[in-house]
Design a binder for this molecule. Sequence first.
Ligand SMILES: *Cc1c(COP(=O)(O)O)cnc(C)c1O
Length: 382
Amino acid sequence: MSAEFIPFNRPWMTGKELSNIAEAHANMHLAGDGPFTRRCHEWLEQRSGCVKALLTHSCTAALEMAALLLDIQPGDEVILPSWTFVSTANAFVLRGGVPVFVDIREDTLNLDERLIEAAITPKTRVIVPVHYAGVSCDMDAIMEIARRHALKVVEDAAQGVMTDYRGKALGSIGDLGCYSFHETKNLISGEGGALLINDPALVQRAEIIREKGTDRSRFFRGEIDKYTWQDHGSSFLPGELIAAFLLTQLQHAACITESRLACWQYYHQRLQPLEACGLLRRPFVPEDCRHNAHMYPILLNPGADRQTALQVFGSAGIGVVFHYVPLHNSPAGLRYGRATGALPVTCSVAERLIRLPLWIGLTQTQQDRVVEVLYGCLAGGA
Ligand SMILES: *Cc1c(COP(=O)(O)O)cnc(C)c1O
């Protein structure tokens, strides 16, 4: 097997990151909230339409800030999918919150809005929709349920930068939204994230919680003459070197998204015949969602031998991966949370999903090889 290895992911850099970092270095402002951070905030606010954006160390940190900002108390219940990354649950568990896991829809693999109301109890405080693969949850339905039951909504839009739902950016629809700029996402700064605040009443306290519980942000703006300890909080702000790196990625967001969408579309076109024969299921994007080609997940048929398929890809030199181990069945999920029933869709999808390589620079020839190996697997009965 002499064909070159096709990795699952390769971070893409614009080429301007290092000169931006040199500029931050020359500015002699290395701590957070300098000129590069400000420009990232402006970009995020303009692109998303949120009231206020704040850079954080990660999406995990943004979710933790959200839990602090909403004053989650021990025993408070949080409704979320089991089909997600651990941080969606952990951020609330750190405050003593109880994750209540709800099943996902078969089509988008997003939180099934029809199952939310049955999971609500007098202790429910928050709904956390996770926009899987940058495809929106049914936010109109979820916001209406939240309004009826006076619940807060925190969007885990880690995968959803540069996407929208009925013309609104993901992350800008709930009370709060969380973005990730981790190396594996579309726009990156190594580790990185942002909290989007859509309720003006939460802005001032968000700034305090992010600055170790002090009103240092107001002090730096010259609004007060000294800063003091005001509230609970921690250090959630990244330094300027990270923001300098991130800014160039944000400035290239349109072309990054376009390139990824081209790769996604090519898989989608090539795999259409396999779906038509009932051999696999391609990702589904509803009409009212604009996605960002964050990933290309396919579903094998129930009972298919995924393990063998992964081995075939591995020996063909192609990096394909699967996820997630459902949270409700994981050791910490069992200890800290509760599932609303058996979550049959989550359990089934977790055994059948494969993510194909998708990154900027992946050629159609390489994608053809991925598709050929997949055809081979499926013809072989996997
Ligand atoms: C990547 C991801 C996170 C965590 O993001 P970090 O920036 O690595 O903390 C959280 N939720 C979802 C759905 C993710 O995909």
